[in-house]
Design a protein around this ligand. Structure first.
Ligand SMILES: NC(=O)c1ccc[n+]([C@@H]2O[C@H](COP(=O)([O-])OP(=O)(O)OC[C@H]3O[C@@H](n4cnc5c(N)ncnc54)[C@H](OP(=O)(O)O)[C@@H]3O)[C@@H](O)[C@H]2O)c1
Length: 388
């Protein structure tokens, strides 16, 4: 494993951190395959990963529980543990203590190493200031229950800069990858935080998995390149090539992914990318931009839709079948046809409740009619498809 500096934080952090938002499941998101998840987490730790990231809502609250289980038998002492205060759930100051106590219990620990205000956007930031979140975090640090203070972020660069400047943060967590390097905090935010000696944790490095399973036109570029690189490997090492990056979280869903990403991390390093690799990234990025899919990462923050629409599923069918150049238009349309009617894009009433929660700022209500129009076109053999 390679280890990296973490801004002003006195902790040599592994290049790869384990993001516990996409653990293997037994079907439903809240039903984690505990045995497999524990094996994966322990494999990663045995191979040098020393940063584990979870949060109160992941897997319906079960991510923290499974992490607690995985860190039994001495594993807790070998890692730094990160979890987050769900800002949107805090309505009054006593909620901070109540939620935090529950997290300690779930995680079977008496201290959180890296504690974040989760999903800061302008409106949650205002609320956190009003409710005294910063004072509360400082009190917890003084009491030895939190070591380092940070926040995760989903808003514009301007809001990011404002939050960074407002407090003496130890670290922050931003979405950043080679196709989304200029959205939200972006590369400007990465450099701004690093220049202030604030550690930067990267989330969604593979854009929720999209960059690991490229559409055919992008895959073709990789296949034709003499470098013979795996899609996930090149995307991750592009991040580690940047000295401002402290740790890259990957949400790994099976053991093979853990093995591969550990291997990539071992071969990583700031400044280790070759000119040919950089050129390859430019070509991949340009191709993604040309295809222009809906930038949904299936994080699920938009859910539940008050009207029952399965928002990420609809976007995935649209992207995979119609935008990314696969040979799957008919498959996408057929899947849409068989989707329970109440979950289809057609049910969107444009209330826009989901848009306020979408970290990618997708104009969901504007996309839905278009998605429905495309996906509800007739499929040979399913003659009444148009009426659905
Ligand atoms: N604080 C926040 O607001 C926030 C928001 C988002 C994420 N996060 C944190 O950041 C972590 C990382 O984000 P993310 O989970 O979106 O990470 P990501 O690495 O962008 O996406 C993870 C997905 O990529 C695919 N993948 C990973 N390694 C692969 C490999 N070697 N080969 C092929 N596919 C691979 C898997 O998709 P498949 O399952 O499709 O195989 C996996 O579920 C999260 O787990 C969470 O801890 C925080």
């Amino acid at each position: 494993m390679q280890y990296r500096s973490f801004g002003k934080v006195d902790y040599r952090v592994s290049a790869l951190g384990f993001g516990c938002m996409r653990l293997p499941t037994l079907g439903k998101p809240e039903q984690i395959d505990r045995q497999q998840a524990v094996e994966m987490l322990r494999y990663a730790i045995d191979h040098g990963v020393n940063y584990i990231d979870t949060a109160y809502p992941y897997h319906g609250g079960n991510s923290e529980r499974v992490v607690g289980e995985a860190l039994r038998d001495g594993y807790r002492q070998r890692v730094a543990l990160a979890t987050k205060m769900p800002c949107w759930m805090v309505e009054q100051p006593p909620d901070f203590d109540r939620i935090f106590a529950e997290q300690l219990q779930r995680l079977e620990t008496d201290r959180i190493d890296f504690y974040l205000l989760h999903n800061l956007q302008a409106k949650f930031w205002e609320k956190m200031l009003q409710l005294g979140a910063l004072e509360w975090m400082q009190k917890k640090r003084a009491a030895g229950q939190i070591r380092w203070l940070g926040f995760s972020f989903h808003d514009s660069y301007e809001v990011f800069q404002q939050i960074i400047d407002a407090f003496d943060w130890d670290f922050c967590q931003i979405q950043y990858n080679y196709v989304a390097d200029e959205v939200q905090a972006g590369i400007k935010g990465l450099k701004y935080a690093a220049a202030k000696n604030i550690g930067v944790v990267i989330m969604e490095p593979l854009f929720g998995g999209t960059l690991a399973s490229p559409p055919p036109p992008v895959q073709q570029i990789l296949d034709q390149s003499p470098l013979r690189l795996r899609a996930a490997d090149v995307a991750l090492r592009w991040l580690w090539n940047q000295p401002e990056v402290s740790v890259v979280l990957s949400g790994m869903s099976n053991m093979e992914q853990v093995e591969q990403n550990v291997d990539s991390a071992c071969r990583s390093g700031a400044g280790s990318f070759t000119a040919d690799e950089q050129q390859l990234i430019e070509r991949l990025r340009a191709e993604y931009k040309r295809l222009n899919p809906i930038p949904c990462t299936a994080c699920g923050y938009c859910l539940p839709c008050p009207n029952g629409v399965a928002i990420p599923d609809n976007f995935m069918l649209y992207n995979n079948g119609l935008v990314l150049g696969g040979n799957t238009q008919m498959l996408s349309r057929a899947t849409y046809y068989f989707m329970p009617p109440e979950k289809r894009a057609a049910q969107c009433v444009a209330c826009r409740e989901c848009e306020a929660r979408c970290p990618q700022s997708i104009e969901i209500s504007q996309w839905m009619p278009r998605v429905h129009e495309e996906l509800s076109r007739p499929v040979p053999g399913l003659t009444d498809a148009q009426s659905s």
